[in-house]
Design a protein around this ligand. Sequence first.
Ligand code: PRE
Length: 285
Amino acid sequence: MSVKIGYLGPKGTFTKLAVDAAFNGDDKISFKTIPQCIDAVNNEEVHIGVVPIENAIEGTVHLSIDYLVHQVRLPIIAEIVVPIQQNLLVHRDFAGELLDIKEVHSHRHAIAQCQQYIHKFLPQATIHYTNSTGSAAEMVSANGNPIAAIGNTLAAEEYNLNIMEENIHDYPNNHTRFIVLAKNKELVKINHSTDLERTSLLITLPEDRAGVLHQVLSAFAWRKMNLSKIESRPMKTGLGNYFFIIDVDEPYDDALFPGVQGELEALGCKVTILGTYPVYKLACK
Ligand SMILES: O=C(O)C(=O)C[C@]1(C(=O)O)C=C[C@@H](O)C=C1
């Protein structure tokens, strides 16, 4: 059986680079948006979906986490981390200078990763947000105007663009985490080794209970469980209502995690496990 893998496309996105680094051979199907990709896994149009979740410079990809929490709950089966290098891509026929570029197109995370570069070298350009860096590159290749896209070298290749400036992201240690979603975890086969396992929890706090966040964190702290991320997001039910995503750098087990869950539930919290999964730090071609 050929395993169908959905990803945030079109061709030439960073998500495609992550998919190519992790999976070989299988059917790879691009989706225009993150929700469309997640829906496709849920509707069983594809077996696996890969979407970005967090970037080292710009932080969480809110669209992915919010869609997973509020719209479609699918388990996280694995995580792929790849290095991110942003480049300024222009049409093959563009022969001007940086100051001739009227518009810069890209995904909002890519624009944010190059904020200082744009501020310094492209102050005249207007910013246009796209669904992905790949769709920005596609747009530039179809357009003769003096415009540019921010994206990777695969996009330059796929859309026959010139790389006008390389490595334009503002901070050198740039990586993005991608999550792998699937209903059947047996279909997710990543042939790389890893010694890191992570568990992601969704926690909602009881209303108006002084010090409860401190108590939540202590439940992990005294068990010496290593948290790699804590993030709050609006519940979308009114001002001041938030949920927390907590990543623990340990696989789910039958002792510590049920202990934490019981303790948090006794405090009036609601705890949901979003996934317990291996983390693969991979290089891209
Ligand atoms: O637009 C792409 O190429 C994507 O895969 C999305 C995305 C993101 O959402 O963060 C992925 C990696 C980079 O951080 C920039 C953009």
